[in-house]
Design a protein. Structure first.
Lengths: 785, 256
């Protein structure tokens, strides 16, 4: 009997059941894909490290340092592999198809295939055993934006030295980070490595890396902290490379949760509506003596069928979605495949379980219905509620608008549910838009300890001195100022940079904290969250991470070794910074940085005089590009987007959310409106009978959704900034030590475009779906129960 | 006496499960201004279908329906809606009303929707209240529809049907869901309207209701098989009993 009732019900409420099925599919699809994504990234890192044979500690030092011998004497060490690296400080030293490369910012690192310290993998995830002579593998950072294919010849030319290498494909290594602002790596044959090393007169420093397997990693980390010029990183630190992949995975999980919420709302509405509509059947069943459990199981069986089918379809749909979501990650790491399917199945089963539990709770209303409901139209005298809230006679609204508003106010719970879903949809779009906008805002430059500017130059030729020569920032800025003078551009030049330092406070010593400074002619004032900015050479401001690392507070005195000199500083304030992953100290304008060698920079900033508009800035950028023969001159907001790395993925998620919003909103409107039409058939027929036109009734129904969408837009617009601020604080705390980030947004996008999308879908969706009521005629009053 | 409603060769056919069901067969009917016509007949004879077809709520299969000089079979849906709104009033057995509106708002809704109504919302409301007062339900205007009795609700339906001062009121078993006392009250209101000049066409099973009408039509299998002129009713109990007796005898002859 159950099956017959189920079959009849599925057929009778085709649209409602179909929409519910779509939601379960979406729910299961996104849940399975995002859980798989998170599991793949979190568990995948450990898996990748294991198959790569990653060491316990990675130690970097100058190429000519002897500290490697001292480290080798430390206890617990099982194995040491040391590699030399050649640093090529500008992309311009490479030529492809006769054209100088201009696609990466940082120095390229050449490594040899001799005695490789870890397993490197090619694009097919096969371990690279060796590299043929004359060929090279490159990381994605090296080939980004290039039209390069296997077999293409790249020529390395420095002064009179020239060396040809053939591209053999992509490679990845567990300790190598990929991204616009990361170091590109080239894996070459050992003979080629020696030839290049002997052939070039590299005026810039190179480094060597030690890959150490040890039973006592802390001993090496402690040694590095105490030793100048030695930098050690444990496995946990190396895992930070995949921070952005994790962040995106969690954001996708949040999107999945929103979809699941929407699905539950739809489910709640469907069950509530079905029970309300079937009060008579339920009453009769109760009158016949059927138990509550039997009646509830009728509904639960139906939703179990939909949930199981939906979850199964959703799981299969999650497979391609999952591979798209993991597409970027898999370029950076080798993912294990064994757990993905199992996790996907588990997630889908969880979706079914949660839906069934939810169904069980939603069918509670069955218990409340009594046989008398069958004869009292589902109402008992005691439960009648006041419905009409407005007065048509006193209202100044047009009658159709009045009826729509009155309907919304008369069933607040029902429309509140729709408002909630619409608001969530709206927020999915606007929060991502705000986050993407903020993470590329020029205002963010201050959090990279760089002055506010219009243009940022990331060309390595102009930054080489800054990175490779002690006090080289002066030369770098002078070069750019000269270009500005030659082009007759009225502007100032400056920039921020960080220097590796050793800080000591009491018995605490740290090599993790970077000393940062802003130099040049652009005015810059450090904004402190607490205390004040350093004014004198012996004053310093620190991030909370840095102070915590040293167990210091504002007012304490710390010692620092910067550029081989020792200084004493008083901490004057606490500031926020992305530099050095939040481990930063900021020195005053008067502090002598001439002997310091920069370890990190955020480019060279140019602040144009006056208040130039976008067109003028673009003109100057074009002039600079021509003169510098470089494409790496950016508007500052573009540069920030590169530095934060998450703005573009967030933009991509924003677009996905826009598509999801359109789908979810359209489906909800279809479901709800079809339900309303079915529920209000009597009233529609009556209105038609008394002579109210179909168009007017359709408009009334559409207006209900439009009112709800407008309310959702208002609520969404009111809360988008505080919620974005909270989300961005979370994101910022992962990138660095940043508190209270200023949310930047495009008012046109979040207060006009996104609401317009929601409203457009609402208007179109509701008007189209409401056309269904044309099937109800005035004569249907004769067949109303 | 001017003709308000006229049908010629009116037919209505339904196709149910590929089988043709001729509900109305060549109905010729004329209703004059100020008449109060009752339509009677056994269940399934086509009484309600006739009411829906002549009022433009349902499309006819063939034939002509002229209402107030307009051939309603040739009117478009929008024009029919306008005609129903401005020139017709409807009362149904089930006392259908909008759940989310108060009794008074339900009554004035057709007036607010009508384009021929040029008065302000406040004036319309006053008119609605006046109608309610006339029908003796002025104390329930602000109530929800589920807060009033069946008799009050049906009187509210009558008030709604009157709000646009229609030429004709169509009532489909207006007392079918009411007890005797409420039924009498409702019929007295309809009579009163009729005396004021509104034409009424009323489908009923109840000879007591039909006895108050000026003419009774008897339908069997979609055809008018009998017609009884009853003359106007002045409202006395004795006269009503006599009319009832006469009508019952006639109905017996028709096979009632």
């Amino acid at each position: 009997m159950f099956l017959r009732i189920l079959k009849k019900d599925l057929k009778r409420k085709r649209t409602m059941n179909a929409i519910l099925l779509v939601f379960v599919i979406l729910c299961s699809m996104f849940a399975a894909a995002s859980v798989n994504n998170i599991a793949a990234v979190t568990g995948g890192i450990e898996h990748y490290f294991n198959i790569s044979d990653m060491p316990d500690v990675l130690v970097d030092m100058d190429a000519d340092s002897d500290e490697d011998k001292n480290i080798a004497k430390l206890g617990g060490i099982r194995e040491i592999k040391t590699i030399d690296q050649i640093y090529i400080y500008s992309s311009k030293y490479f030529k492809l198809h006769g054209k100088k490369l201009d696609n990466f910012i940082n120095p390229a690192v050449l490594i040899s295939d001799e005695d490789m310290p870890i397993n490197y993998f090619d694009s097919d995830n096969e371990v690279i055993k060796s590299v043929k002579k004359g060929r090279f593998y490159a990381t994605t950072t090296f080939i980004q934006g290039l039209d390069i294919k296997e077999g293409d010849e790249v020529v390395l030319t420095i002064d009179d030295f020239s060396y040809k290498l053939e591209y053999a494909g992509l490679f990845k290594g567990a300790y190598i980070q990929n991204g616009t602002t990361c170091l590109p790596f080239l894996l070459i044959n050992s003979e080629d490595f020696d030839n290049i090393n002997d052939g070039i007169v590299n005026p810039f420093p190179s480094y060597k890396s030690m890959f150490i397997k040890t039973d006592d990693p802390q001993a090496i980390l402690d040694y590095a902290e105490e030793t100048d010029g030695v930098y050690a990183y444990g496995r946990d630190y190396e895992k930070m490379i995949y921070l952005f992949d994790m962040m995106i995975a969690y954001i996708m999980m949040a999107v999945s949760i929103v979809i699941m919420l929407a699905a539950f709302v739809v489910l709640r509405f469907s069950i509530g509506f079905t029970i309300q509509e079937e009060y008579r059947e339920i009453g009769v069943m109760k009158a016949l003596g059927l138990s509550n459990v039997s009646i509830r199981s009728l509904y639960i069986v139906k939703y179990l069928a939909i949930a199981v089918i939906g979850a199964a379809v959703g799981f299969f749909c999650s497979l391609p979605l999952s591979s798209i979501m993991l597409g970027t990650v898999s370029k950076n790491m080798v993912l294990g495949t064994e757990n993905g399917v199992v996790l996907g199945v588990v997630s889908s089963v969880c979706v079914v379980a949660v839906i069934m539990l939810f169904c069980y709770l939603c069918t509670r209303k069955v218990k409340k219905l009594s046989p008398i409901d069958a004869v009292r139209s589902g109402q008992t005298g005691e439960r009648f509620k006041k419905r009409s809230l407005l007065s048509l006679g006193r209202s100044k609204l047009p009658s159709t608008g009045f009826l729509a508003l009155n309907d919304v106010l008369s069933a607040p719970k029902q429309f509140l549910i729709i408002t909630t879903v619409f608001t969530l949809c709206m927020l999915m779009m606007t929060i991502m838009a705000t986050s993407a906008q903020t993470l590329k805002s020029p205002k963010l430059m201050r959090l990279f300890n760089a002055p506010e500017s219009d243009i940022t130059i990331l060309d390595s030729e102009y930054m080489t001195d800054l990175l490779a020569v002690q006090g080289g920032y002066k030369t770098s800025f002078e070069k750019v100022e000269k270009v500005l003078d030659e082009l007759g551009i009225d502007g100032e030049c400056g920039g921020g940079f960080s220097v590796q330092s050793v800080f000591t406070h009491g018995d605490k010593t740290s090599t993790r904290i970077f000393s940062t400074a802003v130099r040049g002619n652009i005015d810059y004032e450090l904004q402190c969250d607490e205390g004040s900015a350093p004014q004198k050479p012996d004053e310093i401001a620190m991030t909370s991470y840095a102070m915590k690392e040293l167990d210091a507070q504002i007012g304490d005195t710390v010692k620092a070794e910067i550029g081989e000199k020792e200084y004493e500083f008083i901490i004057t304030g606490r500031f926020s910074s992305f530099m050095g992953q939040g481990y930063s100290a900021f020195v005053s304008e008067d502090f002598d940085m001439s002997s310091a060698l920069a370890a990190g920079i955020t480019g060279i900033q140019v602040k144009l005089s006056g208040d130039p508009d976008e067109e003028e800035i673009n003109e100057v950028i074009e002039k600079l590009k021509d003169k510098m023969e470089s494409d790496k001159v950016y508007k500052t907001e573009e540069a920030v987007s590169m530095l934060t790395q998450v703005s573009d993925p967030m933009n991509a998620i924003k677009k996905l959310n826009m598509i999801l919003t359109v789908i979810i909103t359209a489906l909800i409107i279809m479901l709800m409106e079809r339900s309303f039409i079915s529920k209000e058939k009597n009233e529609i027929a009556l209105m038609k009978a008394v002579g109210i036109k179909s168009g007017s009734i359709i408009l009334q129904h559409a207006l209900r959704f439009i009112i709800v969408a407008v309310i959702a837009c208002v609520i969404g617009s009111a809360v988008v900034l505080p919620i974005s601020s909270a989300l961005l604080s979370w994101v910022s705390s992962m990138i660095g030590d940043v508190h209270g980030i200023d949310v930047d947004y495009s008012a046109a996008e979040i207060f006009a475009l996104c609401p317009a999308i929601l409203l457009a879908v609402t208007v179109i969706g509701s008007l189209i779906t409401a056309q269904h009521m044309r099937r109800i005629t005035a004569s249907d009053t004769a067949s109303i129960e | 006496m001017n003709t308000v409603l006229q049908t010629k060769g009116l037919c209505k056919t339904y196709i149910v499960n590929k089988r043709q069901n001729n509900v109305l067969k060549n109905i010729d009917l004329t209703i004059g201004e100020g008449e109060m016509v009752a339509v009677m007949g056994p269940s399934g004879s086509g009484k309600s279908t006739l009411l829906y077809c002549v009022s433009g709520m349902d499309r006819v299969t063939s034939g002509e329906v002229t209402f107030n000089g307009k051939d309603t079979t040739k009117l478009r849906e929008k024009e029919l809606a306008k005609l129903r709104l401005d020139e017709m009033g409807f009362i149904f057995q089930q006392m259908y009303m909008m759940k989310n509106l108060s009794v008074l708002d339900n009554i004035i809704l057709p007036a607010v929707k009508s384009k021929k109504n040029s008065e302000s919302r406040r004036q319309t409301e006053e008119r609605g209240r006046a109608l309610m007062h006339r029908l003796g339900i002025d104390d329930v205007g602000g109530n929800d529809i589920n807060e009033v009795s069946g008799g009050q609700l049906q009187r509210a339906c009558i008030a709604r049907s009157m709000i646009n001062s229609p030429k004709m009121i169509f009532a489909d078993e207006p007392t079918g869901a009411l007890n005797r006392a409420s039924s009498d009250e409702v019929m007295n209101e309809l009579l009163s309207l009729n005396r004021d000049g509104t034409t009424v066409m009323c489908v009923t099973h109840d000879p007591k209701v039909a006895a108050k009408c000026s003419r009774v039509l008897y339908l069997v299998d979609g055809k008018i098989v009998g017609e009884k002129e009853m003359g106007s009713f002045d409202g006395g109990d004795k006269e009503l009993r006599d009319r009832e007796r006469t009508l019952n005898n006639w109905l017996m002859e028709q096979g009632w």
